[in-house]
Design a protein. Sequence first.
Length: 183
Amino acid sequence: MDRELLLLGLLRRQEMHGYQLMEFIDRVLNFCTDIKKPTAYFLLDKMAEAGWIARTESQAGHRPPRQVYRLTEQGEIAFQRLLRANLAGYTALRFADDIGLAFIDSLSPAETLALLGQRRAALAEALAAARAVPPHPGSIQFIIEHQVRHLEAELQWLDELQTRLPHSGKKARRAPKDLALAH
């Protein structure tokens, strides 16, 4: 429902055609949503069928006609319901990249540090990109700030982890007994 909330919220601010929606999402919100064009258009069709949005065809000059979407009264009701559910809820984060940490002792310390260095570089790049997003008027700025804070905390945690790992050239180790899997 978060994707529907996103699209309804953007259309609540102004009517737009699909390309405008996706361009805004790609430019400003790409680090907090993974919505792709086919999914967005599918959801727009679904929400139009549900009566949440209305579409009209628009053509400028010699360009092909475009579908312009706007929020309906039913869409406003749906938006308000989804917004309240989203703000009141909590979804536990799951960090897929952390799975490897459970088996980090299977690699040599040198290789582990090199791989974590690559992760750190990717994190630093993501942080720089988030910080480069121009300030946005209104509440969308909160999303940008939240992403920056998360990336800063992740980078700090990774730096701390690297200082806690052994730096010797030992060979890969077996898992400690407390991590051994039961058969």
